[in-house]
Design a protein around this ligand. Structure first.
Ligand SMILES: C[S@@+](CC[C@H](N)C(=O)[O-])C[C@H]1O[C@@H](n2cnc3c(N)ncnc32)[C@H](O)[C@@H]1O
Ligand SMILES: [Zn+2]
Length: 303
């Protein structure tokens, strides 16, 4: 199967056609969730009479202007996306910003990217198949999990982050990582597609946690594991200060208690919530409920 990187490098339209045709099997219309067809420079939904463009090898499923969003985090990304400051931020995000945020906000030496990546990989487990990386940034976790037998589909609202992810994948010759621009609220995937899902560093940003978790769950197979990393209201690091928590809320985010998160997870039809705490950083696992077998899950054979 062609990788995203082969598209970026290639200037041969035929190669792009091939990649588009193949990756069409992964993606569905984010609005009606029906199958897409390859179109010139994009994917097309017959039902909605909509074409989603592929921009420099990255499918774009967000056709609205994020600058007009009600959520402040989305507006900020919409305003600055693909501009030099955000491109620069994306380029140093993993190396400079991650350790600083973990130590300062989570608590000094509370955890590290290596530790968190280890936990997330453990939750995803050894199962092969398709893995969703929601709000993937530059594919921080998905890249570390992808292999010949594990295909990772990362989505994020931010092109600067996604392009940085493509660069890492290119440079590291990492197989089977695909990136697309989409929101967690309207995922471009059919029901019951994924064998596992990751949602790291982003739950605190979503306007409606339950709605986001439900949409992630919709795309997962019954019993599939979910791995989440987020901040929680636990008295450690800068997160113990009210002005930091209030600031997060003013910025469009929210820091919840572990008990609240457990409730949201159950409300979104996940079970077996298992938290692991590192200062104010929380890693938790849960499983898509086995009872909720989606009516559309068998609509099309898996790739
Ligand atoms: C702190 S970064 C985390 C990136 C990566 N998962 C990691 O752990 O390093 C948060 C990401 O969430 C994305 N994001 C925020 N709101 C989103 C939404 N509603 N849908 C999809 N992505 C979103 C941002 O663009 C950003 O890349
Ligand atoms: Zn549609």
């Amino acid at each position: 199967m062609a990788t995203q990187s082969s598209v970026i490098e290639s200037t041969v339209p035929q190669a792009q056609d091939e990649w588009t045709r193949q990756s069409c099997g992964f993606y569905s219309c984010p609005k009606c969730k029906q199958d897409l067809e390859p179109a010139y420079d994009g994917f097309s939904c017959r039902v909605c009479a909509t074409t989603y463009p592929i921009l420099r090898g990255i499918p774009d499923f967000i056709l609205v202007n994020l600058e007009e969003s009600r959520n402040r985090s989305l507006r900020v990304v919409g305003k600055n996306d693909s501009r030099p400051p955000l491109d620069f931020m994306a380029s140093v995000y993993e190396t400079w910003i991650y350790p600083y945020v973990c130590n300062l906000y989570g608590g000094w030496h509370s955890t590290s990217l290596e530790r968190l990546a280890h936990d997330i990989a453990e939750i995803v487990g050894s199962r092969d198949g398709l893995i969703l990386d929601v709000a993937c940034g530059p594919g921080t976790y998905g890249r570390r999990i992808a292999s010949e037998s594990k295909t990772v589909l990362g989505i994020d609202i931010c092109m600067s982050m996604l392009r940085q992810g493509v660069q890492y994948v290119e440079k590291g010759h990492i197989p089977n990582v695909y990136f697309a621009r989409a929101t967690v609220e309207a995922l471009p995937f059919r029901d019951g597609l994924f064998d596992a899902a990751i949602c790291a560093g982003s739950l605190n940003h979503f306007s409606d946690t339950v709605l986001a978790l439900r949409e992630i769950g919709r795309t997962m197979k019954a019993g599939a594991p979910l791995a989440v990393m987020c901040f929680a209201r636990i008295n450690s690091g800068l997160m113990k200060y009210k002005w930091i928590l209030d600031g997060a809320e003013r910025g469009g985010g929210h820091i919840d208690t572990v008990a609240d998160l457990e409730r949201y997870v159950a409300k979104a039809d996940f079970e077996d919530f298992r938290p692991r705490v590192y200062g104010s950083v929380l890693v938790f696992s849960a499983r898509k409920s086995r009872q909720s077998i989606s009516v559309n899950a068998q609509r099309r054979p898996l790739l």
